[in-house]
Design a protein around this ligand. Structure first.
Ligand code: GLN
Length: 486
């Protein structure tokens, strides 16, 4: 097995035992990136010299210290909306071109303390707004399974980097589905923990009450390993939860004891026939293992997209007001201060970001606040209550991650509403704050299909356990052929 095919868990245990050096691992990863990245475009910044330096530092640690590192020598890619001192952080926006953060995000420093090596920053939709990574101000990222198609978004670079086997694991952020949807399109595992489990300190805020960082990986064990390292209370994030992190049990799932809910509202309009068929196959395989699969009702689902596209832009319009040409990155010229602000924002932000700022500013303005923002917050409460009721009867809820498969470049970029609808199954988890994971369920017509598993607040332990059990029931069909190797 080549090093780039190894899981994060395997790399770490070999590096801990000195069966593999972190340096050797990084050398092969750098070589793999050099071969594959030109045809994928997952990275906005690479810092392989610094990564080699970090790898050497791990190899030079006294063995007692190295043996305690859960991610010893593991190469990790980080979405470009998380602050790093060693590389620029642009959120794929022109307004942050060349910006280098004065500190590392908590997740980044936790990864490094655990022995991980940060190889680069991944492409994304500008400020994490989008579902295809086409809204990046810098470059396209191609889906490794079909390079005429999008990798999904907004964490498209992270998903593509993992699927293309350039890194075993990557970090993404998920405000309405941006970890799970690209994971689904690229055939990898993507996990959004409970809101507040993972510190947002150093994450460029999109919609603060919805944003959550999580891992993209090639299997559930690796996703759990990364989650274990990055989760936990952080005094630097006011919404960080003071709770013990729950880790999945190592045992096999006894399906006869698992109650799975399938929402009757998910699956009506717009569900692709191949995704619908795969869901039916997945359900029958679970039932054949003895799991009980029942219908659950989440009656307020139909309002989820509308509520999300009020709450998220409202918070974004406030969060993005700090990008004014003075404090960060890009500055345009202007005759006076006001004109400088206006020109900077007009030139620095892309179309989708401006659309969100306009929507959000309108929704928050006097006279409209009650009609839009407040109403959306009430719907959010109802959606959370729907889940609470459903989880009284089932352990986990199963849905397709997305209604469709990876689409072609340009197919939805002219129609924002179509793009927004690829989030129908994912936004509810962010609105309710619950954990959710997308796991691959094979290919359809050569493109990956993803299944989403939703759990109750703080239900990570059983959610990850069940997702790993499913992974065994539906083994991977391998990885896309890239880089001239079979
Ligand atoms: N696609 C959704 C949006 O455009 C979700 C983005 C995200 O999760 N960051 O807002």
């Amino acid at each position: 097995m080549r090093i780039y095919e190894m899981t994060a868990g395997d790399i770490a245990s070999k590096v801990r035992r000195k069966d593999l050096s972190a340096t050797e691992c990084m050398e092969e990863i750098a070589e793999r990136i050099g071969r594959v990245e030109p045809s994928v475009g997952a990275f906005l910044h690479l810092n392989l010299d610094e990564a080699m330096r970090q790898a050497r530092a791990i190899d030079n640690l006294p063995s007692g210290e190295r043996e305690r590192l859960p991610l010893a020598g593991v190469p990790v890619a980080v979405k470009d909306n998380m602050a790093t001192q060693s590389m620029p952080t642009t959120a794929a926006s022109k307004i942050l071109e060349g910006f280098v953060a004065p500190y590392d995000a908590t997740v980044v420093s936790r990864l490094q303390h655990a022995g991980a090596v940060i190889v680069g920053k991944t492409n994304m939709d500008e400020f994490a707004m989008g579902s295809s990574t086409e809204h990046s101000a810098y470059q396209l990222t191609r889906n490794p399974w079909d390079r005429d198609r999008v990798p999904g978004g907004s964490s498209g670079g992270s998903a593509a980097a993992v699927a293309a086997q350039m890194v075993p694991v990557a970090l993404g952020s998920d405000t309405g589905g941006s970890i799970r949807q690209p994971a689904s399109y690229c055939g990898v595992t993507g996990f959004k923990p409970t809101y507040g489990r993972v510190s947002r300190y150093g994450l460029i805020a999109f919609a603060s009450s919805l944003d959550q960082i999580g891992p993209l990986a090639r299997n559930v064990d690796d996703a759990s390993l990364i989650y274990e390292v990055i989760a936990g209370y952080d005094p630097l994030d006011a919404s960080s939860l003071r709770v013990e992190k729950a880790l999945p049990k190592a045992t096999d799932v006894s399906w006869a004891n698992v109650r799975i809910g399938v929402p009757k509202q998910y699956g009506s309009s717009g569900l692709d026939a191949s995704v619908q068929a795969r869901l039916a196959e997945v359900i029958s395989r679970l039932e054949s293992q003895g799991a009980s699969v029942v219908e659950v009702s989440l009656p307020h689902t139909e309002y989820a997209i509308a509520a999300y596209y009020l709450v998220a832009p409202a918070e974004a319009s406030s969060n993005l007001s700090r990008f004014d040409g003075v404090r960060y990155g890009y500055r345009a010229s202007g005759a006076d201060l006001l004109e400088m602000y206006e020109n900077t924002r007009a030139q620095g932000f892309g179309e989708e970001v401006k659309r969100r700022i306009l929507l959000g500013t309108h929704a928050l303005s006097a006279g409209y606040y009650d009609a839009y923002y407040l109403k959306a917050q009430k719907i959010r409460t109802l959606i959370r209550q729907d889940f609470e009721q459903a989880f009284a009867a089932v352990d986990v809820i199963l849905t397709p991650t997305t209604p469709d498969l990876a689409f072609r470049f340009g197919e939805k970029s002219q129609d924002p509403l179509q793009m927004y609808l690829s989030d129908v199954y994912t936004v509810t988890a962010n609105l309710a704050g619950i954990p959710a994971i997308s796991t691959p369920a094979g290919l359809a017509g050569g493109l990956p299909v993803g299944m989403q598993w939703l759990g109750p607040i703080m239900g990570e332990e059983s959610l990850l356990h069940i997702a790993r059990g499913f992974e065994k029931l539906w083994p991977s069909e391998g990885w896309p052929a890239l880089g001239g190797e079979a």
